[in-house]
Design a binder for this molecule. Structure first.
Ligand code: NAP
Ligand code: HSE
Length: 431
């Protein structure tokens, strides 16, 4: 480290990198005071050096060779804002090998190869921090790692993807279809070129894996998370949810019970009175339950240059302070691989809609199937008549496996024309 300043090498200058660069330059005075040393953006690697960027740096600071930045002896800290696995992972490992700490927002890397990268940082005895990888500008990783270090977190429930929250909010507020809301999201530029990572829940699953690993001190990877997307949610589901006093949200839920972790992402019914039900549009929020701290909620913008860049620069300040004072950031806190409870054994509640024949005895036949699988029904009501008759039921807690077996059996009953909708119910007092 230079005696006078900490020099930053930035890899990638897209949405996140450009905002981080802008903030580092614009807030230089505050950053110097908070870090206890001046922090200088010294070099930036991009793919195309001829592109115009909103970052005021001399021409010699720019390069298309990211490797030259991570091995540059004049660079003290590397910020990785390229994204994806290749070449981001190799560049980060090379930075560690050169003795440099790294800041990243790369959820894809962390939720797949995170352990290998964290082990390499520990071995090199350098900081590796990643506040921006979950929830963009929302401080959530540092609170879990540091502020709640004295407590036991038992549950995390979050709205972890802005695009899907926008789509479900539009469906809820306009009564429109999934396709209409997706088109609006695309028009407003909220949706990635390939929206499937958002829509199918992959992005939220990656973020939930990172949060679960930290909250439960265990290694949870994206593939461990049970995942379902929102493309099957219909306008009818949303209006039925409203009638019952619920909103439908894409939730990431992770719990630890008797030493086993469950982690799942799916669209679920949430009582309108739950704080997460009020989280609209592209906003994200994470609801955390601690044994001692009780219920906590973290809310804000989960994406975009400003919020994500702010979180990245906050990490740079921590690293710079550590370099100046000889401190170290909190490293990997995972004790080992998690014992994961299979989704079939996870306790859940369901909302179920069945199209049924409208004649005596139907309700008792349907109730009999629930009873055979030892599922207690919390409420049931008939809507419509004749050909339009539907039964809407909400169950008490039973395992996912019991529910799936029930739905399969219901589909085989002569009196049930179709199982139209099945959605979990989350956020009620019942566990
Ligand atoms: P982006 O806009 O696509 O920017 C990527 C940048 O990386 C571009 O500047 C690109 O250069 C550069 N790049 C690509 N390959 C390179 C290489 N081999 N060497 C040097 N530079 C290279 O991506 P982003 O949205 O900023 O996302 C960056 C990271 O932040 C990802 O891990 C993402 O998951 C995470 N993140 C993003 C957000 C968000 O709101 N966007 C929120 C939270 C986390 P060119 O500009 O020359 O093409
Ligand atoms: N595509 C993500 C979202 C933003 O919609 O929340 C980056 O994590």
């Amino acid at each position: 480290v230079s005696a006078e300043r900490v020099r930053v090498g930035l890899l990638g200058c897209g949405t996140v990198g450009e905002a981080a660069a802008r903030i580092l330059i614009a807030n230089g005075d505050e950053i110097r005071r908070r870090a206890g040393t001046p922090v200088q953006l010294a070099r930036v690697a991009v793919q195309d050096t001829s592109k115009a960027r909103g970052v005021d740096l001399p021409a010699e600071s720019w390069t298309s060779d990211a490797w030259s930045v991570v091995t540059d002896p004049d660079i003290d800290v590397v910020v990785e804002a390229i994204g994806g696995i290749d070449p981001a992972k190799a560049l980060i490992l090379a930075a560690f090998a050169s003795g440099k700490p790294v800041v990243t927002a790369n959820k894809e890397l962390l939720s797949t190869h995170g352990q290998e990268v964290m082990d390499a940082a520990d071995q090199a005895e350098v900081d590796f921090i990643f506040e921006a990888s979950v929830g963009g500008g929302i401080p959530i990783i540092r609170p879990l790692k540091e502020s709640l270090a004295g407590d036991r977190v038992t549950r995390i429930m979050g709205i972890l993807n802005g695009t899907t929250n926008f789509i479900l909010t539009r469906m809820s507020e306009t009564g429109g279809s999934f396709e209409e809301a997706l088109a609006e999201s695309e028009r407003l530029g909220y949706t990635e070129l390939d929206p499937s990572a958002d829509i199918e829940g992959y992005d939220a699953a990656a973020k939930l894996a990172i949060l679960s690993s930290i909250a439960f001190n265990a290694r949870v990877v994206a593939g461990d998370v049970h995942r379902e997307g929102i493309s099957t949610v219909s306008a009818r589901d949303i209006s039925a949810a409203h009638e019952l006093g619920y909103e439908i949200k894409l939730l990431g839920v992770a719990e630890i019970q008797d030493g086993a972790i469950t982690a799942r992402v799916y669209p679920a019914m949430l009582p309108k009175t739950h704080p997460l039900a009020a989280v609209r549009d592209v906003f994200n929020a994470v609801f955390v339950e601690g044994e001692e701290s009780g219920e906590l909620m973290f809310f804000g913008r989960g994406a975009g240059g400003g919020p994500t860049g702010s979180a990245v620069v906050g990490d740079v300040v921590e690293v710079a302070r550590n370099l100046a004072t000889g401190g170290r950031a909190v490293g990997c806190t995972c004790a080992g691989y998690a014992k994961l409870r299979p989704q079939e054994e996870t306790p859940v509640r369901y909302y179920v809609v069945l199209s049924v024949a409208d004649r005596p005895g139907v309700l008792s036949e349907v109730a009999g199937v629930f009873a055979r699988h030892e599922i207690s029904i919390a409420s049931v009501r008939q809507e419509g008549q004749g050909d339009q008759a539907t039964l809407v039921a909400i169950t008490h807690t039973a395992s996912e496996g019991q529910h799936q077996a029930t739905f399969a059996n219901l589909g085989g009953l002569a009196v049930v024309k179709s199982v139209d909708s099945t959605l979990r119910v989350e956020g009620t007092d019942e566990r």
